[in-house]
Write a protein that binds this ligand. Structure first.
Ligand SMILES: C[S@@+](CC[C@H](N)C(=O)[O-])C[C@H]1O[C@@H](n2cnc3c(N)ncnc32)[C@H](O)[C@@H]1O
Length: 365
């Protein structure tokens, strides 16, 4: 630290500081000199790379992820290393502390983890967080759930499927008899978000291909290449027979492709929920045991519980990582809605709810 004698006047102080080499004289003519603050000459402690003044997580902050870090720790890192609106990447997401903190401080974020549990727990943590900066965020898993794809918005689905197939989707929504995009080679693609697609769809698509580009259609026909690609969840017997007839009688190839051939699809886990009334405790609260049973070919990863579920607000987990699917909870008299989620090893989930009336006895509904 520099000790400046109190006997010196202002000019003498400046000369003293100049001698000590802490006054920077700018090269530009007319610029004012400035003071350079060296850490060796400053008061206080240099920030070190070991952070030892933040206590481990405790109480409500703990979500049950084994290696979860305190928000205060990630907050210090996020705030000193980024500005509002920046993108924070945590490729070791774990329980989602970095992304939760980044979101609270108006940063965009990307989280990656090899563990399905980490990704799904982080999703639930963010769904519980108020005033989410990044809402709606999206989650990417290795498998896609059939129900979500099958009942998603038609145009969004068609666009997404064409891209997954490696093609270019139409930018505008067209009529049902049109095409939804084209392959890299320019061959028209039509997507049907349905099962058991029938003969008439194939015939309509053939006409749409001809209308799409007559020269291309004739050339592909002459070269015995597919004149169009029809994508659906499954095709009925009529469609398959019609494709064979077109090939044999008209020399036309329509390629039928099921979504499953290029998009990894899995079925959601099955889930059942039962309860046992354990009676009143010493404080006159009704104690109820809940048992959830999930079934999935992939195996069950964990269960999560919301003991005051409201469909409109969405699932807000009170208990996030329950490996057993068994919980005991105490209730006041009144109506209660309990929701349980099961997550399987592919990250697919199912939700089950139970409405209970607690009033002397416990009734469903
Ligand atoms: C220490 S934890 C992160 C904890 C997190 N900061 C929190 O507060 O919850 C490290 C995470 O990295 C993940 N991980 C380890 N190796 C990985 C890899 N090669 N690719 C992706 N994630 C990985 C683990 O699954 C684990 O969830």
């Amino acid at each position: 630290m520099l000790n400046v004698s109190s006997e010196l006047n202002l000019l003498e102080i400046l000369d003293f500081l100049d001698e000590k080499g802490v006054i920077i004289h700018a090269k530009n003519k007319g610029s004012l000199p400035s003071y350079k603050n060296y850490s060796s000459l400053s008061e206080g402690k240099i920030q070190q790379s070991i952070i030892d003044d933040i206590p481990p997580i405790k109480g409500n902050e703990a979500i049950g992820y084994p290696t979860q870090k305190p928000e205060a720790l990630l907050e210090r890192i996020v705030l000193c290393a980024s500005n509002e609106g920046d993108v924070i990447l945590d490729p070791f997401l774990g329980g989602g502390t970095t992304v939760a903190v980044a979101d609270k401080h108006k940063r965009q974020w990307i989280g990656i983890d090899q563990s399905v549990q980490a990704v799904k727990v982080s999703e639930m943590r963010l769904q519980k967080q108020k005033d989410l900066f990044s809402a709606p965020f999206s989650l990417h898993l290795h498998k896609y759930d059939y129900d979500t794809l099958r009942y998603s918005d038609a145009f969004e689905f068609e666009t997404w499927i064409v891209k997954q197939y490696g093609g270019t989707p139409n930018t505008k929504q067209r009529g049902d008899s049109g095409t939804d995009g084209k392959t890299k080679e320019g061959v028209p693609i039509q997507v049907k978000r349905s099962d058991n697609v029938g003969r008439n769809v194939v015939d309509n698509f053939k006409s749409a291909c001809e209308r799409f580009d007559k020269n291309l259609f004739d050339r592909l026909k002459a070269e015995q290449k597919p004149v169009g690609v029809l994508i659906a969840f499954s095709f009925g017997k009529g469609a398959i027979q019609e494709v064979a007839r077109l090939k044999n009688q008209e020399g036309l190839i329509i390629q039928l492709v099921t979504v499953e051939e290029f998009v990894p699809i899995a079925k959601k886990p099955k889930l059942t929920l039962v309860f046992n009334d354990l009676g009143l405790d010493a404080k006159n609260l009704r104690e109820i045991e809940f048992i959830a049973t999930g079934e999935s070919e992939a195996g069950i990863e964990f269960y999560a519980w919301d003991f005051s579920y409201e469909a409109e607000a969405g699932f807000k987990a009170d208990e996030m990582i329950d490996k057993e699917g068994k919980q005991t909870h105490k209730f006041n008299a009144g109506n209660h809605c309990i929701a349980v989620k099961v997550v399987d090893n592919e990250g697919l989930e199912s939700l089950e709810t139970l409405s209970l009336t607690v009033n002397g006895v416990v009734k469903v509904g």
